[in-house]
Design a protein around this ligand. Structure first.
Ligand code: NAD
Length: 429
């Protein structure tokens, strides 16, 4: 993503913040502090490649704010990574942690690289090099990284191993997203999707709607979407349509079955990137429709769980009048101009910072377990996740009702207010 004036995610994040800062009437010092990261690091990582050359990769760690606790946020590997994307994501992490009330701040990291063209040994070199450059400013009580785009549990373990080689001893609380059995938490894989359904359940309960009488269409069939569909189905909901990316056709397609999809059956014909095999799905009786048609379905709930900027001013007009709720599994799936139109149509959006916060909440649980070196059973992890997500939803909904705000504005008001107060209480502003 080039920051050539067309789309700068950090400018978008700052604009969102300015609006909420106006609503909260924040003083100028608090605004100046919160609209920029408190610290950012730019590093160069030399790696000896398999052919003997040394290649130097550029990496970042941006710590937006740590007033509420140690920073938390993923590390992305992406060939088009920019520091402005990382800055925006670090700010959004601050608000996400704050809205669910976990004692963590926001950070994000990245390396400009394309893992598709790197061997495992070269990727290990980048991971270890990133930690060597940043070991002094990250760690269990300062800043706890996690996997993100194109990084996984294996990368986290290499990073942990390097950190422990530098400091000696074992420090599993340095990083999250580790494999279960190596300091990972049970329940982390399903946490984002399940967390989304916990807030959806509360939203329906408030509106007096039985979840078993609702239907949904979902964009995406990766980690977030599959576990959201799983728990929603277990609670009695019916998913009629799933849209996903077909890497062979270089296009998105949606799979539709009026009486409801069978999750296990569809999982059986899906690759590890969340792409459904067209031929196999059709042979199972699914109707193949264009990818964008997921949001035109006659359903009660839409769950965007793939990409940003999918629900636009233009696409709102194509939605069925039956749609009442949008639950944002992806980050930033709704364009800001679409929000007003949705409100005018009586459609409510449960915003990303709340709806997909189950992932970071469970990462926090992993951090707590790692620091204690004592691991909880899956039921305990899921029970605590349910309580955290439910409490956060109810607080956002109460504020929205009492102040006449959208759920999105209410979530931002709670988050920004908590962080601003923490800065003030610490005497920073
Ligand atoms: P994933 O890579 O596992 O799955 C992505 C899915 O989106 C795949 O099924 C892919 O086919 C589909 N997709 C891609 N382009 C598409 C298109 N144009 N139309 C339809 N489908 C398309 O990713 P994920 O981990 O499930 O994350 C999905 C979203 O949720 C991202 O925005 C991510 O930032 C956000 N998120 C993820 C987590 C997490 O814990 N995984 C936490 C918070 C937010």
């Amino acid at each position: 993503m080039k920051n050539d004036g067309a789309f700068n995610p950090f400018a978008v994040a700052q604009k969102q913040f300015d609006r909420i800062a106006d609503m909260l009437e924040l003083d100028s010092a608090t605004r100046a502090l919160l609209r920029e990261p408190v610290r950012e690091y730019h590093v160069s990582i030399p790696v000896r490649m398999d052919d003997g050359r040394v290649e130097v990769f550029r990496g970042f760690r941006v710590q937006h704010n740590d007033a509420l606790g140690p920073c938390k946020g993923g590390i992305r590997f992406h060939p088009q990574e920019t520091v402005d994307t990382i800055r925006a994501l670090s700010m959004w992490m601050t608000w996400k942690c704050a809205v669910v009330g976990i004692p963590l701040g926001g950070a994000k990291g990245g390396v400009i690289c394309d893992p598709h063209h790197l061997s495992a040994r070269e990727q290990e070199g980048i991971c270890r090099g990133w930690v060597r450059q940043l070991a002094r400013v990250v760690g269990p009580v300062a800043d706890v990284p996690a996997p993100d785009v194109m990084t996984n549990a294996e990368h986290m373990l290499w990073m942990l191993d390097e950190f422990e080689a530098i400091y000696g001893g074992r420090h599993p609380g340095f990083i999250t997203g580790k494999p279960v059995g190596m300091g990972g938490s049970l329940g982390r894989t399903e946490a984002t999707g399940y967390g989304l359904v916990f807030v959806l359940r509360e939203a329906l309960k408030e509106r007096g709607i039985e979840i078993g009488e609702t239907s949904a269409a979902v964009q995406g069939f990766g980690n977030v979407a599959q576990y959201a569909v799983e728990l929603y189905g277990m609670m009695g909901g019916k998913v009629t349509t799933i849209s996903c990316w077909d890497q062979f056709a270089c296009s998105a397609f949606a799979y539709h079955r009026k009486e409801g999809i069978d999750l296990d059956e569809l999982r059986g014909v899906t690759d590890r990137f969340g792409g459904i095999d067209q031929e196999k799905a059709q042979s199972l009786g699914y109707e193949l429709i264009p990818g964008e048609a997921w949001l035109e379905q006659d359903v009660d709930i839409l769950i965007p769980a793939a990409l940003e900027n999918q629900i636009t001013y233009e696409s709102v007009g194509r939605m069925s009048p039956r749609v009442k709720l949008i639950v944002e599994g992806a980050n930033g799936p709704t364009a800001p101009e679409a929000d007003t139109l949705l409100t005018a149509r009586g459609v409510e959006a449960i915003p990303d910072l709340l709806a997909n916060a189950g992932g970071v909440t469970c990462s926090y649980f992993e951090q707590v377990q790692s620091n204690m070196n004592f691991y909880w059973p899956r039921d305990e992890v899921q029970g605590r996740l349910d309580t955290t997500m439910t409490d956060a939803y109810l607080a956002v909904s109460d504020l929205a009702k009492s102040r006449g705000l959208s759920l999105r504005d209410a979530a931002y008001v709670i988050a920004v207010d908590r962080v601003a107060r923490a800065c003030k209480d610490r005497g920073w502003v």
